[in-house]
Design a protein around this ligand. Structure first.
Ligand SMILES: Cc1cc2nc3c(=O)[nH]c(=O)nc-3n(C[C@H](O)[C@H](O)[C@H](O)COP(=O)(O)OP(=O)(O)OC[C@H]3O[C@@H](n4cnc5c(N)ncnc54)[C@H](O)[C@@H]3O)c2cc1C
Length: 388
């Protein structure tokens, strides 16, 4: 039996676990990460990679708590992507430095009002027709187009870059073998007595909380039914606003090679499509695209869907939490970032917590465990067997 006493033991290798691990190691803590399946997570690798800065929330009604908490995130990510941040993401690919926003009619005047506000100054620009990118650069498009200064990252490249830096401290284990005991935990012949534990396993936190005998914090799952289509499509990173100012459709793109592009559809379509079968959801997506981009040809494309849930701290009425969450009890911290974009903020909170506790970084290398290193998770469209 070998025994190790790391400063921090993280469960879960999605964006929350990886970011915090890299932050803690850079600060000099002995930190280790245990992953049950693959690094990159479940939600993180399936996310749209949008680094939100709050524009979407501002559209829903002014400056709320969410808008304030998230406003600084694009700047922090830009620094990290330029190699100037707490985590070096300079080798990660940015798919687009900005996104677009167009209206499907009816809310143009309210959009103009929101974008003229002080909050939005410098974050949103109304584009002149001569500046319209594809697929909006056609006479058939009569709407207004705005550019949001919020980047979209290639999550696969982002998570690969993080994995390359984190891998020596990441191990794969079988959660069935995990035994939690007073003062530590055991996995087969391995005993770990971490000074602090961070549960950052997304929806896996529910099972881990049970192992630790903790009833709080509670978790909520908010399901989505995403749509994927591939073929000869232009790159597009855009939100279409409907009458309610909640994005009716959020489109991100991923280059597949051979001039093929994948479109990944989220927004209201994905939220409201959770009770539909994949065939019904694809039919609704086709009808939405035909209405919102009527000049485009959506025949001769491959279609598929992905059903996946967002895991978050439970909120009254099951609403989306305003911020990332860090809670817990005693030595065990519990985290849900709420958004990929919030990972840096969550990392800061964990580091503050370690500091407050008087835990001093000792700059010693983390121990080597007798467990394998985990692989990297695949993108959702890489796992589709049959495209309809
Ligand atoms: C379809 C979709 C699109 C999204 N788009 C965006 C977006 O564009 N921008 C944005 O900011 N946010 C977005 N989000 C939200 C964002 O993806 C999540 O908030 C974030 O990725 C959650 O990260 P995580 O590390 O907590 O969880 P996950 O990425 O789910 O990672 C959890 C990890 O824990 C592991 N695990 C599970 N159980 C155990 C266990 N018992 N022991 C050890 N490990 C375990 C899992 O295998 C997994 O690797 C999106 C979410 C979804 C679902």
């Amino acid at each position: 039996m070998s025994t190790h006493q790391p400063d921090l033991l993280i469960f879960g290798g999605g964006i929350a676990g990886l970011w915090t691990l890299l932050r803690a190691r850079r600060a000099g803590y002995q930190a280790l990460l245990l992953e049950s399946t693959a690094l990159g997570g479940l939600q993180s690798i399936a996310s749209q990679g949008i680094i939100h800065g709050g524009t979407k929330y501002a559209l829903k009604g002014g400056v709320g708590k969410s808008t304030q908490a998230i406003a600084g995130m694009p700047g922090i990510w830009r620094d990290a992507l330029a190699g100037r941040g707490d985590v070096d993401l300079s080798a990660a690919r940015v798919l687009s430095p900005h996104q677009h926003l167009w209206s499907s009619g009816g809310i143009r005047s309210s959009l103009a009002g929101v974008f003229a506000s002080k909050l939005m100054q410098g974050k949103v620009a109304s584009l002149a027709r001569a500046q319209f990118p594809p697929p909006f650069d056609v006479p058939g498009f009569h709407g207004r187009l705005y550019e949001l200064q919020e980047p979209v990252v290639d999550v696969s490249s982002l998570l690969r870059v993080m994995m390359e830096q984190a891998l020596p401290a990441c191990y794969r284990y079988d959660p069935k073998k995990l035994q939690v005991e007073d003062g530590g935990l055991q996995i087969g012949q391995l005993r770990l007595q971490p000074r602090r534990v961070l549960l950052a396993a997304g929806e896996g936190n529910a099972g881990l909380l049970e192992r630790w005998g903790m009833e709080l914090p509670q978790m909520q799952k908010r399901p989505l039914h995403m749509v994927m289509l591939k073929g000869l499509l232009p790159a597009m990173y855009a939100h279409c606003l409907g009458a309610s100012a909640i994005p009716r459709l959020t489109i991100t793109s991923y280059p597949l090679g051979d001039d093929e592009m994948l479109w990944y559809l989220g927004g209201q379509l994905a939220e409201e499509g959770v009770t539909r079968t994949p065939a019904e959801q694809i039919a609704v997506a086709k009808s939405e695209l035909a209405k919102l981009l009527p000049w485009m040809d959506f025949s001769r494309l491959g279609w598929a869907t992905l059903e996946i849930s967002r895991a978050e701290v439970a909120s009254p009425g099951g609403k989306r939490p305003d911020d990332c969450y860090l809670g817990g009890e005693g030595r065990v911290m519990v985290a849900w970032p709420t958004k990929l974009a919030f990972a840096p903020r969550l990392g800061d909170l964990v580091l503050q917590e370690l500091g407050q506790e008087g835990l001093k970084p000792e700059r010693e290398e983390a121990p080597t465990l007798s467990l394998p290193h985990p692989p990297l998770a695949s993108l959702p469209w890489e796992k589709v067997d049959t495209w309809s």
